[in-house]
Each structure stands twice: as structure tokens, then as C-alpha cells.
Design a protein around this ligand. Structure first.
Ligand code: BES
Ligand code: MN
Ligand code: ZN
Length: 490
């Protein structure tokens, strides 16, 4: 990842030595208008900019990009007009900024006016849209925009916004990098080693349990899933204690570095996407580092189970009974329902720290994608906290919807031999059944949220808005905003 340099600029846009100027267009009942803040540019075109852009096909539709040569009317070479759609919301500014950033490849320096609409959204959208992952390309045809100036006063407040938005975008990029790293290079030990590097650089305390320590500790879920692979499992614990920390928040994320399904093997079609089955782990690791960088006044402890789910002579089998961390037993009926097994161990361990809140996230079920699609996470857990997290997910533009944990599903998880089974006998409500399974391991009275990101974590289609192909970084911005909300409101 080569991130563009981001800076505030309060100089007149007519004086800007950037190569491209970004302006917004807004859809109207009849045609479109330039977004507020574009007056100075329009006057360089003698008030004809809307007309000229319309002649080039501009309509103001969300994420539409129209480029116009300035032919000497500005110091910049081109004006890039990007559609905001009908309404100027923070999310529309973020998406338009992302679409503009993606269209600015090979540009040295851009100056954007979208920051006059919403500075934080413009910075986040630009940085996220400019993200590229080229580590495995021998040749780089295109380079992301090298520097972006955001039209904004150089005030103390705006500088703080620049710092926070840049850090948030970096956390998303770190998450995307983890997800986009192929499974032959990102496996439990290498993932843990990289987490240690990041933690040490950020002054975050880190501890890694290897397979021996996991056996000694009785982590039967992580070991059951992870010992089918020659690359043995790990449990990473990251802790950060901020200044005047009033609340303690536990984070847990699913870290299956590749999910073949194990002995209950998956079909070949699209199996390569299971390289993203560690997206929850990546998101919570990046979130703790982010919280430390922004000095959130909280105590945050992430418990991150890492394993590879493989079929082999040492794999766990359907029919096995695992003794989980804390002593509950689980009958394995399907080795492809592995995420909940490693999460159960981590959730019990996280509960031992007596946190005020638990946020857990996982690419847990195909049923989430069936129910809510590729862009809306399913949020389950204790009613109030679930609704709070889902509301914040929507506010930050990541998408999340509250889902129930129906009581009748619990008995569907009854096992003939063990305390419970890892799957129900039927496939209906699969996302909810996984949530009901996890609830069995959450400490009594703990406020918790489970965010199923099976769809939203990975973009297998083309880029849109600020969402590039591959790992998306969802739900890092939701977690960051929930942490900020807890810091402020308890
Ligand atoms: N990692 C998958 C879930 C998944 C599916 C993530 C599609 C992203 C996209 C998970 O481990 C899994 O295989 N779940 C099974 C559970 C079933 C066996 C109860 C599923 O959803 O099919
Ligand atoms: Mn699976
Ligand atoms: Zn999985």
C-alpha cells in the first residue's frame, strides 16, 4: 500500500499548482448544479462550467466522473467533476471522494473542493478510494494519486480532523492489506508476527499463545479447528490502556487464515475467497492500534484466535467432541462451522477480563449474505448494545442491521452427547443460529455485539465509491466510532 500524502490547503483554488481540481455535482429535478464551494472555479470559466460539463455528459448522478481540460483557465490541467447524487450527505461526500480518487490514477497532485462540504468524509473517502494492493504485481501500470490537498482553513480543529481521518483510513488500509495477503503468506504464525510488529510500533502490549500454550491453557476450540493444518494455530492478545480510561472494551475477531471447510470440505467454486476468512481478526487488530494512535480514553483488550481450516490426517472430524476453553463441550457436526468454535474460546477468555462491553466480528455465515446481501452486516447481541452498534454502522456508511437471536433456535443446538452441537439440524436462520451458539459463551450480563461480516468484508465485484476490490476493511470504521461513542457517553 502506498498512501497518498494528504494535506489541508487554504490557498485560493485559482492559485493551486495541483494538476487536477475536484468539484462536486448535485442532481436536480432538471439537470444538475455545482456543489457549494465551486464558485471561484466557475467564474474562471465565466460562469459556464455547468453548461460545459453538461455538454460532456455530466448529470450529477452519484459517483459519475467527468474530466474537463482547463485550457489555461486555471493553473491545473484538468477539472474532475464527480457526482454526489441528489443529496449531500457525509456518505455521499465519502463515496464521491472515493470515486474521484480512483479516477485520479497517475496524477501527482489533486486539490479537492469536496472538503468544503464535509472535511472528514472527504479525507476518508479519498484515502480509501486511493488504496491499492500491488505487493504481488511485477509491474505497476498505474500509480494512485500521490498527493491530495483538501480545501479547508488551516485551523486547529481541521488539523485534528485531518489527523483522525488519516489514522482511520490507515487502519482500514492495514485491515485490507491483511485480507489481500494470500493465504500461503498469511497463516497463523505470520499473521501473529505482523500483529506483534504493529503493536510494538504503536506502544500496545501484545502476547501470543502458540499451540503448546494453547494446549496448556485448554483452548479446545482453537486447537480442534487448527490442528488439521501443518501451520499451527495461535491466539493473539493485544491490550491498550488509554489516559483516564473509564470503560473497558473487549474485542474479538475471527481469524481463519483460510477456510477449506476441513473434512466437511467446501465446493471448489469461489473457494479462493476464503482467504478473507480472517477479516474480523484483521479489523480488531487494526482497531486497537488505531485507538492507541488516537489515544482513546478507554481500556481495550483484543483476543484474536488464528487458525487454518484444512482437511488432513490430523484434522478434527464430524462426530468429534471438543472441550472448549472454560469447560463446555461441543459436538462437531460440520467442520465447516469452524468460526464459532475458535470464537467461543476467545469469547470466554475475553470475558475473564471483566469488560464493560464485548464487540466481536466474524465472516461467520453464508446465511448472512443470503439474508442481507454483500453490503449490510448482520448485528446481533444484547438488545441495546446491538441497536447502538447497528445505528453507528449505518451512520459511518458501513451498513449494519439489527438481527434477533430467537429463543427457539437454542434447542436446535442440543447435542446427543455434548453440551451443544456446532450446527442445527436445518439450514433456516443460519446467521441467527450462529449468534445463538456464540451467546452460550458470553459472560452473564455482559453487553455484547456480534457483527457478521461474511458479505461486507470482501468485495468480489468491481470497485464502487471508496470500496476497492478485495478486502474492504469493514467494520473498522464502525468499531472506531463505537469506541469513540463509549469514550464519550459511557
Ligand atoms: N467462512 C464461512 C462463512 C462465509 C461464507 C464467509 C461466505 C464469507 C462468505 C464459514 O466458516 C462457513 O463455512 N459457514 C457455514 C456454516 C454452516 C456449515 C452451518 C456456512 O455458512 O455455510
Ligand atoms: Mn467454514
Ligand atoms: Zn469460515
Amino acid at each position: 500500500m502506498t498512501a497518498p500524502k494528504l494535506a489541508l490547503s487554504d490557498s485560493a483554488v485559482t492559485e493551486s499548482t495541483a494538476n487536477a481540481i475536484v468539484v462536486g455535482t448535485v442532481q436536480q429535478a432538471d439537470g444538475f448544479e455545482l456543489a457549494p464551494g465551486s464558485e471561484a472555479i466557475d467564474s474562471q470559466f465565466d460562469g459556464t462550467l455547468t453548461e460545459v460539463l453538461a455538454a460532456l455528459g455530466a448529470t450529477g448522478k452519484a459517483e459519475e466522473v467527468v474530466k474537463l481540460p482547463t485550457l489555461g483557465r486555471l493553473r491545473a490541467d484538468v477539472v474532475l467533476a464527480v457526482g454526489l447524487g441528489k443529496e449531500i450527505t457525509p456518505e455521499q461526500v465519502r463515496r464521491a471522494s472515493g470515486a474521484a480518487a480512483r479516477a485520479l490514477t497517475n496524477v501527482k497532485r489533486a486539490h479537492t473542493l469536496l472538503s468544503t462540504l464535509d472535511l472528514q468524509a472527504a479525507i476518508e473517502g479519498t484515502a480509501l478510494g486511493a488504496y491499492t494492493f500491488t505487493r504481488y504485481k511485477s509491474e505497476n501500470g498505474t500509480a494512485p494519486v500521490a498527493r491530495v490537498d483538501f480545501a479547508a482553513e488551516n485551523s486547529k480543529e481541521n488539523k485534528a480532523t485531518l489527523k483522525a481521518a488519516t489514522a482511520i483510513a490507515e487502519a482500514v488500509a492495514v485491515t485490507r492489506d491483511f485480507i489481500n495477503t494470500p493465504p500461503n503468506d498469511l497463516f497463523p504464525a505470520s499473521f501473529a508476527a505482523r500483529a506483534v510488529e504493529l503493536a510494538e510500533a504503536a506502544g500496545v502490549t501484545v502476547e501470543v499463545l502458540d499451540d503448546k500454550a494453547l494446549r496448556k491453557g485448554g483452548y479446545g476450540g482453537i486447537l480442534g479447528v487448527g490442528t488439521g493444518s501443518s501451520r499451527l494455530p495461535r491466539l493473539v492478545r493485544l491490550s491498550y490502556k488509554g489516559p483516564k480510561a473509564a470503560k473497558k472494551v473487549a474485542l474479538v475477531g475471527k481469524g481463519i487464515t483460510f477456510d477449506t471447510g476441513g473434512i466437511s470440505i467446501k465446493p471448489a467454486a469461489s473457494m479462493e475467497e476464503m482467504t478473507s476468512d480472517m477479516s474480523g481478526a484483521a479489523a480488531v487488530i487494526a482497531s486497537v492500534i488505531l485507538a492507541a494512535k488516537l489515544k482513546y480514553p478507554l481500556e481495550i483488550i483484543a483476543t484474536v484466535p488464528l487458525a487454518e481450516n484444512m482437511p488432513s490426517g490430523t484434522s478434527y472430524r464430524p462426530g468429534d467432541v471438543l472441550t472448549m476453553y472454560g469447560g463446555k463441550t461441543v459436538e462437531v457436526l460440520n467442520t465447516d462451522a469452524e468460526g464459532r468454535l475458535i470464537l467461543a474460546d476467545a469469547i470466554v477468555r475475553a470475558g475473564e477480563d471483566n469488560p464493560d462491553y464485548l464487540i466481536e466480528t466474524a465472516t461467520l455465515t453464508g446465511a448472512q449474505v443470503v439474508a442481507l446481501g454483500k453490503r449490510t452486516a448482520g448485528v446481533m447481541g444484547s438488545d441495546d448494545f446491538r441497536d447502538r452498534v447497528a445505528g453507528i454502522a449505518q451512520r459511518v456508511g458501513e451498513g449494519g442491521w439489527p438481527m434477533p437471536l430467537p429463543e427457539e433456535l437454542r434447542s436446535e443446538l442440543d447435542s446427543r452427547v455434548a453440551d451443544l452441537a456446532n450446527v442445527t439440524g436445518q439450514r433456516w436462520g443460519g446467521m441467527l443460529a450462529a449468534g445463538v451458539f456464540l451467546r452460550e459463551f458470553v459472560a452473564d450480563g455482559l453487553q455484547w455485539a456480534h457483527i457478521d461480516i461474511a458479505g461486507p468484508a470482501y468485495n468480489s465485484g468491481s470497485a464502487w465509491g471508496y470500496t476497492t476490490r478485495g478486502g474492504t476493511g469493514v467494520p473498522v470504521r464502525t468499531i472506531a466510532a463505537v469506541l469513540a461513542d463509549i469514550a464519550e457517553n459511557g
